[in-house]
Design a binder for this molecule. Structure first.
Ligand SMILES: [Zn+2]
Length: 165
């Protein structure tokens, strides 16, 4: 395991500025800003931006899992087929997770085995449409569990869905 990007270096009870994260993890500040852009939570309305250690640690761990298998964004690694496969869109669900992430759950379109992976909420609409889904995503495909996904206009989604009936 590389020592760069190592979530174990992050203390969960402190807050970090972009520069703190950069120094602690040995990554470029631009990389940290990219993570924020990709869904890493920041504490609202503070300048400079502050990131909670607990959010950062979770984000890095989930990011590692997401890249464990090299799949296209709309594919999932099927442990039965032993390769990246398209998920069956009818079985697809996005479960809200902390730190702006979502767990993507589905069954393999070919063999039916369950698979899941972590994605950013920002990518949910794109993945859905790449798989042939129409927007807005129906509510049954989005599992919130009290989490408030960052930067995802869920109220619009749900309102649009209501408007269709
Ligand atoms: Zn399969």
């Amino acid at each position: 395991m590389s020592s760069r990007n190592n979530p174990n270096r992050i203390k969960i009870h402190r807050s970090y500025t972009v520069m703190d994260v950069s120094e602690t993890l040995g990554v470029h500040p631009k990389t940290v800003r990219n993570w924020i852009h990709a869904g890493l939570s920041v504490i609202d309305e503070t300048r400079p931006l502050l990131i909670q250690g607990t959010d950062l640690k979770l984000y890095l761990k989930q990011k590692r899992k997401a890249y464990m298998h090299q799949c296209e964004s709309n594919e999932m690694y099927c442990f039965k087929c032993k390769q990246p496969k398209a998920p069956g869109i009818q079985t697809l669900q996005f479960v809200a997770m902390p730190a702006g992430m979502a767990q993507m759950r589905a069954r393999c379109d070919e063999c039916g085995k369950r698979a899941n992976k972590f994605v950013s909420w920002r990518d949910v609409n794109q993945i859905w449409t790449e798989l042939g889904g129409k927007l807005p995503i129906a509510q049954k495909h989005l599992i919130l569990r009290g989490q408030k996904p960052l930067n995802y206009p869920l109220s619009e989604v749900f309102d649009d869905e209501k408007n269709q009936y």
